[in-house]
Design a protein around this ligand. Structure first.
Ligand SMILES: NC(=O)c1ccc[n+]([C@@H]2O[C@H](COP(=O)([O-])OP(=O)(O)OC[C@H]3O[C@@H](n4cnc5c(N)ncnc54)[C@H](O)[C@@H]3O)[C@@H](O)[C@H]2O)c1
Ligand SMILES: [Zn+2]
Length: 359
């Protein structure tokens, strides 16, 4: 097991990464001084897979566990779901010591985290992330939110957990597409911050795809450390944290223009290729690094070509993207593998040229 000790301005907590952790979660929590009631918030899919195991582990350590189950799906990140959970918490007479266990992917983490942040002005939150993305990304950095209608993540706050328990054994039940989607954002972290991690990913890509335990533990750990190093310098997302959006300017536009038929991870891979091509055209990023990125994304099973979508719709979506800063479009541009810059001055012609000459 690997342990990360997180020291932020408003939160000190541990992230535990390892195997077989779900069945000993109760003991960890007891050791940290927690006791009493716990609300296990999850969805129907994750509950079927891991609900019993986690509930049993806590009950063996003396906790009283109530399971609160939401239906699966991104649309569940809503105020309606939050209200449903507030009412469930009211039913069990939750008090300020009642633990919220957020068990699932990023959707459950964001929703249960939002509920934990707001109910009684804050209940202790334990993230038990069960997707690759949730383990190195969404359970770290304290962003919790729900959507409002079509607008994503607009109702939210910053609320850090008291502990993160990341059991990599949960990856074995994940659909392959969800793992590859998560891998896209791991590659993103390497491109942003860590050239040697990029090399590690390239050397171990086959082991990653077969979910080799040692390698999975290592990549969750390193990727979590990368995210933390950025979050630490910009906890409330006023500047540096923006670099985590590498691949997301064009990525979001591709998702939108495809009516969300292209998955988020695939869109981010395409978006990273786009940002790299733009940077290359601006003479900021070398052709050989561009090839290395393309090669790793391909070997990971991610798309590197622009899908057959209406380019005007892509441009329109880029313009509507929230990263528009005073009329300019914000791109995160790689300048080498392991380093990026924030740019508000990518000329429109360069974007057009990249889209027109992609394949
Ligand atoms: N808070 C943050 O900083 C942050 C960062 C990145 C993403 N997010 C959010 O995270 C969400 C995406 O998270 P995600 O990719 O984990 O998606 P998700 O939570 O929808 O999970 C993906 C799918 O996998 C299923 N699942 C979860 N664990 C499983 C397991 N172990 N075995 C089998 N199936 C399992 C889920 O039920 C779901 O169908 C988005 O809402 C996004 O906005 C938040
Ligand atoms: Zn993303």
């Amino acid at each position: 097991m690997k342990t990360i000790r997180v020291n932020l301005k408003n939160s000190c907590h541990e992230i535990l990464i390892g195997r077989g952790l779900l069945s000993v979660a109760g003991r960890f929590l007891l050791k940290k001084g927690y006791a009493g009631k716990a609300a296990l918030i999850t969805n129907n899919i994750v509950d079927r897979l891991y609900g019993d195991k986690i509930a049993r582990s806590l009950e063996e350590s003396g906790f009283t566990v109530t399971r609160m189950i939401i239906q699966d799906g991104e649309q569940q990140k809503s105020l309606d779901s939050a209200i449903h959970l507030y009412k469930e918490l009211q039913k069990i007479h939750a008090d300020r010591k009642t633990l919220i266990l957020a068990v699932g992917g990023g959707v459950i983490g964001d929703l249960a985290g939002f509920v934990a942040a707001t109910y009684l002005r804050g209940l202790p939150l334990i993230h038990i992330p069960t997707t690759l993305l949730a383990q190195f990304d969404s359970s770290i950095g304290g962003k919790v939110a729900v959507h409002l209608g079509q607008v994503k993540n607009v109702i939210g706050t910053f609320y850090n957990p008291d502990m993160v328990i990341s059991d990599i054994d949960t990856f074995y039940s994940l659909p392959a597409g969800i793992v590859i989607d998560g891998l896209s954002e791991i590659i993103k972290h390497a491109v942003i911050r860590d050239g040697s991690f990029f090399n590690y990913l390239a050397s171990n890509i086959n082991k990653i795809k077969s979910l080799d335990k040692e390698v999975m533990e290592q990549i969750v750990y390193t990727s979590a450390e990368i995210k933390l190093s950025i979050v630490k310098k910009d906890e409330h997302d006023y500047g540096l944290r923006n670099i985590l959006n590498l691949g997301h300017t064009l990525g979001h536009a591709v998702e939108t223009a495809s009516d969300f038929k292209v998955s988020h991870g695939s869109a981010v891979a395409i978006g990273m290729m786009g940002a790299a091509k733009i940077s290359n055209r601006m003479n900021l990023f070398s052709g050989s690094d561009l090839e290395r990125l393309e090669d790793l994304l391909k070997r990971a099973g991610l798309p590197v070509t622009l899908p057959d979508l209406n380019k005007d719709r892509i441009m329109e979506a880029i313009h509507y993207d929230k990263k528009i800063a005073k009329g300019t479009i914000r791109f995160i541009l790689p300048v080498k593998i392991g380093k990026v810059i924030i740019s508000d001055s990518v000329p429109r012609e360069i974007i057009d040229q990249v889209l027109a000459n992609w394949n």
